[in-house]
Design a protein around this ligand. Structure first.
Ligand SMILES: Cc1cc2nc3c(=O)[nH]c(=O)nc-3n(C[C@H](O)[C@H](O)[C@H](O)COP(=O)(O)OP(=O)(O)OC[C@H]3O[C@@H](n4cnc5c(N)ncnc54)[C@H](O)[C@@H]3O)c2cc1C
Length: 555
């Protein structure tokens, strides 16, 4: 996958997708698979915004049982399955536990009933999944196991625990990239650091978009197209102007933290908050918001998610230390044994999500929009060929993408399309013998590591390993040992995955900066290789390093 802005102006596209978060990425893939020619344009790096900030749980929708919302449950079940099929190396089963209290709504009996119903609705949740990715049925566990799994759990009225199985996208950033790479194999053109600044119309019908190449001093390209899908996340209203209802949309801040403590080992644990939370749509109101503690990369715990109303513009969004402290105080109330302080926070996720204003009257009751929505601007703004995606959940993006493409197909007037043909990954035409001989026992370990990170793409990274071994300069094998990163991976990110900045590599292509601030020596080493490949000066290196460090300035 190479960055090539010049091809955008040379031809007409059926569909231009604005924004390469999880919604833009999945829509680009489904549209190109359906035979549309597609350009996917992203003003930052692929998946850099809300989609990089999720708690990474791919929900199967059990919570919607509370709302009696079968449709949302089925959407979540099918989407989760679709993600687990698409990237089995990145989306893995997650065992979740919630302590049960008394014998009423929060009791074991009620949870057992809920699991019974859920398992019926989710009868096909494992169809097509590999054995190690199949999700077991929900169950209840006894008091002893809950006390072992959640040391210090509030014991008054505790009757046991409810266990269910969801999924965790171990790397949401790479998952977005996987969808984009697959779309490109089908013939889509995807470009990062390219901002759509205008949508052109003729007689109320879209004819083109104008995009600025942010890496080339804002060079502008006019891209002809029939349809525009605005999947710009918190920037949804920016291009649509005042005429659109989107301008009135309110947004909520959502925050997770990552702490350098492994609070719970076996399960992700859901614990109830203390302040009242009125879920206005729930048939069965539990009255408190859940805090979720997710074991993360062996030595960390991710905790989320807290919401508050946001007043500013998307471009001005920034988190404060006070907001982190407030969230931390809430977590300490919910789980005092965690005894967390600001020093324990090694990373955080923060983003903006569409808020449902009508549900925000009570304390701690910021309510998000119920489900993701496709807006046809022909109906709302007399603008033909333009659609907006208001995405509330990472999980349901594949189902929304299919719905979007169904609408495209229904409204399509063209008789025939010149569908691109799928370009399979080129075979690895290299002799692995010398590499295997040179690496010895390390080879199987590296192979396993690469398979886990890149799935079937692992061979594309091996190509650079072989090159490194052949190189007269004898490149070092590992740039970082923990978290691991091979020099070959870095070359792959730059040459095959459009990484153009140190932040792209640290936060989205590799695992180096996903949980805590990278070691300065490692950062310098990585920046040094990038300088060699991308012709950076010493000044560039320092600027790139400082941008990475900026992300941790609050901590
Ligand atoms: C803290 C937090 C926790 C969450 N936890 C979960 C969870 O556990 N499970 C779950 O399912 N969901 C979760 N979510 C929700 C989920 O992350 C979002 O719903 C989803 O990522 C939104 O994706 P998107 O593609 O709509 O938006 P984004 O990811 O924001 O993508 C929009 C993209 O459009 C680009 N863009 C904007 N304007 C332009 C332009 N003019 N030209 C080109 N590009 C443009 C932006 O740069 C951006 O990359 C969480 C969210 C947050 C913030």
């Amino acid at each position: 996958m190479k960055r090539n802005v010049s091809v955008l102006g040379d031809r007409k596209f059926d569909v231009v997708v604005i924004g390469a978060g999880i919604h833009g990425a999945t829509i680009a893939l489904e549209a190109v698979k359906a035979g549309f020619s597609v350009a996917l344009l992203e003003k930052g790096d692929f998946g850099h915004s809300t989609s990089a900030n999720s708690l990474k749980i791919i929900h199967g929708g059990i919570r919607y049982l509370q709302h009696g919302d079968l449709k949302r449950m089925r959407e979540s079940i099918l989407s989760r399955r679709s993600m687990m099929q698409f990237a089995p190396h990145l989306v893995k089963p997650l065992a979740c536990l919630m302590p049960t209290y008394g014998h009423g709504l929060k009791g074991r009996e009620m949870m057992r009933l809920a699991f019974g119903i859920y398992d019926l609705v989710a009868w096909d949740k494992n169809v097509g999944l590999s054995t190690e990715n199949r999700l077991s049925l929900g169950k209840s566990i006894d008091l002893g196991e809950v006390k072992w799994a959640v040391p210090g759990v509030a014991e008054k009225g505790l009757t046991g625990g409810a266990v269910w199985y969801d999924a965790l996208a171990e790397n949401t950033e790479r998952l977005v990239l996987e969808y984009i790479k697959e779309a490109v194999r089908y013939g889509a053109v995807a470009v990062n650091y390219t901002e759509v600044v205008d949508i052109e119309t003729d007689n109320g019908k879209v004819t083109a978009v104008v995009a600025e190449d942010l890496l080339e001093n804002g060079d502008k390209t006019r891209i002809s197209c029939d349809k525009v899908i605005n999947a710009a996340g918190p920037w949804l209203a920016t291009l649509m102007g005042d005429s659109s209802d989107l301008g009135a949309q309110k947004w909520a801040t959502a925050i997770n933290i990552v702490v350098k403590k492994q609070l719970f080992k076996k399960y992700a644990v859901g614990l109830e908050g203390y302040t009242s939370f009125v879920d206005k749509d729930a048939l069965i109101k539990r009255g408190k918001r859940l805090f979720f503690f997710v074991p993360w990369r062996h030595k960390y715990t991710m905790v989320g998610t807290t919401y508050s109303a946001y007043q500013g513009k998307a471009d001005e969004f920034a988190l404060s230390r006070e907001e982190l402290q407030k969230f931390l105080d809430d977590i300490n109330k919910v789980y005092p044994d965690g005894d967390l302080s600001l020093d324990d926070i090694s990373f955080y996720h923060a983003g903006l999500l569409p808020m449902d204003e009508a549900g925000n009257s009570e304390e701690d009751s910021v309510q998000l929009d119920k489900s993701s929505k496709i807006i046809e601007h022909k109906a709302s703004d007399q603008l033909e060929g333009v659609y907006s995606i208001k995405g509330v959940k990472y999980t349901t993006a594949p189902v929304i993408a299919l719905d979007m493409v169904k609408i495209l197909c229904k409204n399509d007037t063209q008789d025939s399309r010149s569908c691109g043909s799928y370009v399979t990954r080129p075979p690895l035409n290299v002799d692995l013998g010398p590499l295997i001989q040179k690496l010895g026992d390390e080879y199987p370990r590296i192979k396993l590591y690469l398979e886990k990170a890149y799935g079937t793409d692992w061979r594309s990274v091996v190509k650079y390993l072989v090159k490194g071994i052949d190189s007269p300069l004898e490149a070092p094998l590992w740039l970082s040992v923990e978290p691991p990163m091979l020099e070959a991976e870095l070359e792959y990110f730059i040459h095959d995955e459009m990484a153009v900045s140190l932040s792209d590599v640290i936060f989205r292509r590799s695992n180096i900066g996903a949980a805590e601030e990278p070691d300065a020596t490692v950062l310098r080493k990585i920046a040094g290789v990038m300088a060699r490949e991308l012709d950076w000066s010493e000044k560039d290196i320092l600027a790139q390093m400082s941008r990475v460090k900026q992300k941790f300035a609050l901590l």
